[in-house]
Write a new protein. Structure first.
Length: 72
């Protein structure tokens, strides 16, 4: 890959993000909620949990450490 390839790749993903933003803007709140409920259902079916405070705190701690070391 050269610099032009990288720029073209980045531009294509910017276009994808633009289309997705437009789709989200046109979605009704009910559809957004339905999509969220579906994702939560998939996460639960795969053994995930939104209630694992210990794991959440561990991840937050890692992010805080990274931010501290990066000077952010």
């Amino acid at each position: 890959m050269n610099a032009d390839d990288v720029r073209a790749y980045k531009r294509r993903w910017e276009l994808v993000a633009e289309v997705e933003r437009g789709e989200l803007e046109r979605m009704s709140p009910a559809q957004k909620f339905a999509d969220l409920a579906m994702l939560v259902g998939v996460a639960r079916a795969l053994g995930g949990s939104a209630d694992d405070d210990a794991e959440t705190e561990q991840v937050r701690g890692r992010w805080n450490l990274l931010a501290e070391r990066m000077g952010v």
